[in-house]
Design a protein around this ligand. Structure first.
Ligand SMILES: NC(=O)c1ccc[n+]([C@@H]2O[C@H](COP(=O)([O-])OP(=O)(O)OC[C@H]3O[C@@H](n4cnc5c(N)ncnc54)[C@H](O)[C@@H]3O)[C@@H](O)[C@H]2O)c1
Length: 321
């Protein structure tokens, strides 16, 4: 029996997942819900599904095995909670919420109802992320630089801090998450930021750029920088420094491993987003979540880290995670 899936949110990332699910024979999309009737209906027509404008009604009417929650950060209210109460398994996009209170409330429901969860940190499913973890196993990294230097995304909610959370929480969260995936948990952070560069962008109140220093529990130090003011020169990834090796990771694309007598370049060989969706559908189909690399509770730790960085931005103080 195919896994019956509904979508809450029918925007850009919903399309990305829907296109994957359309190629996975164990999955069947049965409905799309969006506040915009037009968007929900367009996706519904395209993927041969029903359409709704109210997620409560969709969750009531449809017999779903799983729901993909693909809404902007500020919009998380009762969607996950209602799904969990109905025993519907949940795929939710990052960031999982904008406050710890909301995310912890959702986590409690998810754990109480024992539903399977997966969160959209797709970089964890890259084959070069596997290779990176293998290289680092048993070694101690000394320091790293992570970065997401790019342009401002076009969706209107992104430029408002109260709606997206800002670049650290919404976008560079992928790099913070990768740092946790590779190096473990962070003890404390200190962050600085700047603003005022983008006079041509109307009505924005997110930082133009920020830099966060991280101190890990095992002594590793790192810096993660963000910028959204660029019009060219997009650069996303992480450079990792060990005593006898430098590793350059380029977001989704490649690894360069530099040693004293040898340099190796490895290109990514898989589509991590497709694998992420395949693994989630298989987990729901077999009731076995062991292949999922980022569940709700784990993503909550990444949210905690980025919220701590944001608190440091606001207070100018070192913040314990
Ligand atoms: N994993 C990734 O690499 C990745 C990439 C892009 C976006 N995202 C995340 O996905 C989420 C959505 O981003 P997007 O780019 O698709 O945004 P989007 O603006 O393109 O789409 C969001 C859709 O949600 C709808 N919506 C808002 N509130 C709703 C509600 N209460 N019920 C139903 N629909 C509602 C909007 O009308 C809109 O159509 C964000 O959290 C974003 O951070 C993740």
């Amino acid at each position: 029996m195919a896994v019956k899936v509904g979508f809450i949110g029918a925007g850009g990332i919903a399309r990305y997942h829907a296109e994957h699910l359309a190629k996975i024979k164990e999955a069947r999309i049965v409905a799309f819900c969006d506040l915009s009737k037009e968007r929900a209906e367009k996706m519904a027509r395209e993927f041969g599904a029903g359409s709704y404008t109210d997620h409560r009604r969709m969750l009531e009417k449809e017999e779903l095995d799983a729901v993909y929650i693909c809404i902007p950060p500020f919009a998380h209210q009762d969607q996950e909670i209602l799904a969990a109460e109905k025993g519907i398994n949940i795929f939710v996009e990052k960031p999982i919420a904008l406050t710890l209170k909301k995310a912890e409330q959702i986590e409690a429901k998810v754990l109480e109802n024992k539903v399977i969860t997966s969160v959209g940190y797709q970089q964890r499913y890259l084959d070069i992320a596997d290779r990176l973890r293998l290289i680092l196993k048993g070694k101690r990294a000394g320091a790293f630089f992570g970065y997401w230097m790019g342009t401002m995304p076009l969706v209107s909610w992104w430029r408002r801090k109260e709606e997206s959370g800002g670049q650290i929480i919404e976008q560079t969260t992928h790099i913070f998450d990768m740092a946790r995936y590779l190096f473990g948990e962070v003890e404390k952070v200190f962050a600085i930021s700047r603003t005022g560069l983008m006079s041509e962008v109307k009505d924005y109140n997110v930082e133009d750029a920020s830099s966060v220093s991280l101190y890990f529990k095992d002594g590793l130090i790192g810096t993660i920088s963000s910028a959204c003011f660029l019009s060219c020169g997009f650069k996303v990834g992480m450079d990792i420094y060990l005593k006898d090796m430098v590793i350059e990771y380029r977001w989704g694309r490649s690894l360069k491993i530099i040693e004293e007598k040898r340099t190796e370049k490895v290109l990514a060989g898989n589509d991590p987003g497709f694998l992420e969706d395949q693994v989630f559908i298989e987990a729901v189909r077999t009731a076995d979540p062991s292949g999922i690399r980022s569940d709700y509770s784990d993503a909550l730790k990444t949210l905690k880290l980025t919220l701590a960085a944001d608190e440091s931005l606001r207070t100018g103080k070192v913040v314990k995670v």
